[in-house]
Structures are given as structure tokens and as C-alpha cells.
Design a protein around this ligand. Structure first.
Ligand code: KG4
Ligand code: ZN
Length: 354
């Protein structure tokens, strides 16, 4: 029997049974990650090989280095992931992999590895959208969470407010019209001489700062749930340059806190409004920026005030990981979405097919 036929039959059997133990692979940017997830909800093992130390030397992600490091990391990660869960390869039912969006070379390493694994083990191959993965981190963190709900997805490359209508079904309500939230954090961090990765370090620094110390313009808004960070980012960067030219010392903690406050207020306000207007009572956070301490506090405060239940994964499931990919893969499998060996990376993949 051909691989295609066998894999399709196995996928169909898993779908009918409603159970699957999935090995998930993530390599879209600067973390190589693998995980084993059962039935989309139960995390059995998760390993992340971060490349941060290497990219920090260059002040940002160097795509070619990222790809090479993924290639080196993938095989050892399989051993570690299986060992952590107490599994052998025979225990795996299917393999899920991020095929976009992300850096093309980085994505290709994971996709090629997952195809080889699926073919060697004669297992179904499930293509996963990285943004959908971020949303799905909530299914692992909160077993009681079921769609519909509103989710703010804020990462280094994406900032969207989406309505999760069902598993794998989304309506985009709004989002950034220019820079992603994480990108704005990273760029402002650079001006403050905060080393890469800027966002988390700026967040930490801001904890000790006064967020009224500097006055920055409000985040520009277009539609009801859209936001734009480029105006704020430019104003903040210009102000830093001006202060330096005038020989004034910048209080980095206060500067970081004032910038963080402007970004977080806009994200939290729009997300809560979108949820209320959609008539939904559940709101979730996802993506690297969802680990921001102020955003978490503000969403909790504003959400509770609006009578919403707020869901947020622990920080380790907000930034890139493969557990979230394993959860998203399960729900794709249950919807009959499997790939064949022609699967390719799609660097500019959107959350909704265009
Ligand atoms: O989701 P993620 O790990 O990768 C992408 O898919 O982009 O997000 C990374 C982004 C980076 O821009 C990083 O600076 C930002 O999330 N980030 C944060 C925090 N932790 C990560 N931004 C603000 N505060 C944080 N605590
Ligand atoms: Zn991500």
C-alpha cells in the first residue's frame, strides 16, 4: 500500500476514534521545538531549543543561521522529547508541523524533517498554521475553554483580534495596520540599548518604572478594533534621540514603562471592546506579547470589570513552542485536514485562507 493511502486510512481511523497522540514540530523563527500532545489538550512533553544566544550577537534573528541551527537541533530534540514523555517512536500516532507563516528557510527545515518522519513511520502528516498554534496554546493551558471566544494574538510578526468561531474557524475582527506589537517592543528596546530579544527585557525593566514619566502620543486607531503602532514607535524613538541630543539622561525604566503603558492600554481596550461587541463572555490572549506582565494584569482587570472570563497561557506557552502546534494539529486532524508529501512552507500564510 502506498504511503498516501496508508496515512489517509490512519488519519481517518484517528478521526473516528477522536483520539490521537501527536508529535509536533515548530521551526518558524528562532526556536526549534518539539512536543507530544494527546487529544489536543494534554501536554505530555515539550522541549525548546532556543537560538537566542546566537542571534543576540547580531542584535536580531539572522535567517540563514536560524535554518542551520534548526537542522542541527531537530534530531536530538526528537530523542529528548520522546524520553521526557517516556515514549518510543511506536507510541506516536501522527506528526504535526508548522508550515507558515515564518522565515522560509526556517520553516522548510521543520517541514522537511516532519515529512521524513511521517514517511519513515508511515504516519499522517498534519500542516499547522503558526498563528492558529498560538491561539491553541489556550486549549492546553485551560482545558475548560471551548469556542466561541475572542482572542488577541500578539507576537513578533502578527497582531490580530480574532473571533474563534469553532476549532480551526476564525473571523478576523481587527489588527495592526503596520507594525506588530512585538516588533514595536523590539524596536523601542533597541533605542534603549536593551539587547535582543528586546520585548521581554523591556517588560522586565518597565516593572520598576513610572509609566507617567514620559508623555507619548496615544496609539493611532483606524477601525473599531484596529490599531497602529508605527506612529507611537516613531514618536518614542524621536523623543529618545532628542533627549540625547540635548544631553539629557534618559531614565530607561520610566521610558520603557511609559511606552509599555501606551501599547498595552490600546491592546487591552480594543480586545475587551471586541469581546463585548461580539456578545461573547470569554476572552483569551496568545503570542509572545501575551507574556507581557502589564498586558496580563490589564486584561485581567478590564476583563473582569466587563464581566468576561479571561484566559491566558503561562508565559512559556505564549512564546514559540511546539505544544501549541500539537494542540492545533489535533483539531485539524479531527477536521480531516492532513497533508501529503508535497507539503511546502508558506512564509506569508494568513490565519484565514485568502
Ligand atoms: O510569538 P513569538 O514568540 O514569536 C513570533 O511568532 O513572533 O513572539 C515573539 C515576540 C517578540 O517580538 C518579543 O519581543 C515579544 O514577542 N515578547 C514580548 C514579551 N515576551 C516576548 N513583548 C513584550 N513583553 C514581553 N514580556
Ligand atoms: Zn510565534
Amino acid at each position: 500500500m502506498s504511503y498516501e493511502t496508508l496515512a489517509r486510512e490512519k488519519a481517518e481511523a484517528l478521526r473516528r476514534a477522536g483520539h490521537a497522540r501527536i508529535l509536533a514540530v515548530e521551526s518558524s523563527c528562532d526556536e526549534t521545538a518539539m512536543a507530544v500532545v494527546e487529544d489536543g489538550r494534554v501536554l505530555k512533553s515539550s522541549v525548546i531549543a532556543s537560538q537566542i544566544d546566537m542571534h543576540a550577537l547580531y542584535g536580531g534573528v539572522v535567517p540563514e543561521i536560524a535554518s542551520r541551527m534548526h537542522v542541527d537541533a531537530l534530531d536530538p530534540l526528537l530523542d529528548q522529547t520522546l524520553e521526557q514523555g517516556g515514549y518510543t517512536m511506536d507510541d506516536i500516532d501522527a506528526v504535526g508541523v508548522t508550515f507558515g507563516p515564518g522565515l522560509v528557510g526556517a520553516l522548510l527545515t521543520g517541514v522537511a524533517w516532519a515529512k521524513a518522519f511521517a514517511y519513515a513511520r508511515q504516519l499522517p502528516l498534519i500542516p499547522v498554521n503558526h498563528i492558529e498554534g498560538h491561539v491553541s496554546a489556550n486549549y492546553i493551558a485551560s482545558p475548560e475553554l471551548t469556542p466561541p471566544f475572542v482572542c488577541l494574538v500578539a507576537s513578533g510578526g502578527h497582531s490580530h483580534i480574532v473571533r474563534v468561531d469553532d476549532y480551526g474557524e476564525y473571523t478576523i475582527l481587527g489588527g495592526t495596520t503596520d507594525d506588530a506589537a512585538g516588533e514595536a517592543f523590539d524596536k523601542v528596546a533597541r533605542v534603549l540599548d536593551i539587547p535582543y530579544p528586546g520585548g521581554p527585557l523591556l517588560d522586565k525593566l518597565a516593572e520598576d518604572g513610572d509609566d507617567h514619566a514620559y508623555v507619548f502620543p496615544k496609539v493611532v486607531t483606524h477601525g473599531a478594533y484596529d490599531f497602529s503602532f508605527s506612529g507611537l514607535k516613531t514618536a518614542v524613538i524621536n523623543q529618545a534621540h532628542k533627549l540625547r541630543q540635548q544631553g539629557e539622561e534618559i531614565n530607561a525604566a520610566n521610558f520603557a514603562a511609559s511606552f509599555r503603558r501606551a501599547v498595552v492600554d490600546s491592546l487591552a481596550e480594543k480586545t475587551v471592546r471586541a469581546c463585548r461587541d461580539a456578545g461573547l463572555k470569554k476572552v483569551a490572549l496568545a503570542g509572545g506579547v501575551a507574556s507581557n506582565r502589564l498586558l496580563r494584569r490589564e486584561m485581567q482587570r478590564r476583563g473582569e470589570k466587563a464581566g468576561l472570563t479571561v484566559f491566558m497561557p503561562p508565559a512559556i506557552l505564549c512564546t514559540d513552542n511546539a505544544a501549541m502546534i500539537g494542540s492545533a494539529a489535533f483539531y485539524q486532524l479531527m477536521r480531516g485536514h492532513v497533508a501529503d508529501l508535497t507539503l511546502n512552507a508558506v512564509p506569508s500564510l494568513g490565519l484565514i485562507a485568502e
